[in-house]
Design a protein around this ligand. Sequence first.
Ligand code: NIG
Ligand code: FE
Length: 407
Amino acid sequence: MSAEQGHLRLLDGIGRLITGVGPPLRDAAVALDGQRIAWVGPARQGPPPELAARVGEREELGGALVTAGLVDAHTHPLYAGDRHAEIALRSTGATYTEIAAAGGGIGASVLATRAHPHDRLERETAARLRCWLVGGATTVEVKTGYHLDVEGELADVALLSRLRGRSELPDLAVTFLAAHAVPADHPGDADQYVEAAASWCAPAADAGADGVDVFCDQGYFTVEQARRILLAGRAAGLDLRIHADELAHSGGALLAAELGARSADHLLHVDERDAAALAAAGVVATLAPVTALGMGRMPPARMLRDSGVRLALASDHNPGTSGVMGMSLVVALAVSALGLSVDQALEAATRGGAAALGLDDRGTVEVGRRADLVAWDAEHEGAFAWAYGLQPRRVWRAGVPIEGPSP
Ligand code: NIG
Ligand code: FE
């Protein structure tokens, strides 16, 4: 053993380990070597001698359920203000589209966000993101989209890229979403805004964005406009994601398939033809049950799955339709509202999310994968669909247990 090799951390006394590959393991242990998983196996047997000799820290988990860290594949946590009054109005029958047309919606959050000092935005966004990690989500996709001008959107990408480096927050995948809406003060028409947003993709990539997204839907961006921006994003080296068919059957899913996007998100209005296209193109369907409940319509999760589409899950945290800052409630809703089994929901919240983000180093508990793990306050995964907000006992992010406010 070379002196540079550090000590291993042994997670022992795991009652039930959901590896994401094969059936759950009973009475298991996992050895972590720095940021990676070095060994997974029966607790009785323990790691092989060459690894056992390097174990420096041992954590006894008391029979807990352990899974890979959860992945939230779609969030909008960078904004100021709230739209609670609007949500109350929606509860009386006003629609998302009507409220947006009356000056609410994304436009209202844009005004509040632009008026907010950038240092406060950074602090408040970080405080939100901390909730995900404490709740067991170790990777979170985060979007810009509440500045909608070039300086603000690029500053948002830079802000999110800075937060990505912070070990007390989840790991982040940063998505550039200047095409969230046409801002009310844009001097030109929608097509001119689309040209502008397309030209911002390369600087967004330079500022640290991993992906580009478009709200391709009725009242927002057309399929042609979305294609224009996404092709510019692809040319800049960004992964493609699409808010697709959320408000109407508007063609976003087919566009995602045509362009080979990483994910098509929401999908409340898709049909079998859309599903077949997504499956054939290998596009992940990222479903957001909290938003779907708010919209009063569920995406056809089982039909998508039966058509061969891989699923991911998301809180879709945003000021207009979802205040949820974590993934365990989303897993519960994927069971009760989307009709998935607990196993399918957990798979979507781990491997599926990793696939939606193009991150093949995580999402399962296997040797060589990133050591993002959660010991839950339960002994069986069925607890997710009972607790509606199951909490972790302990969370490891890239091999390091998170400290601070007890989960
Ligand atoms: O994913 N659909 C677009 N974006 C959000 C809503 C954003 C907002 O209302 O502020 C969503 O649901
Ligand atoms: Fe969204």
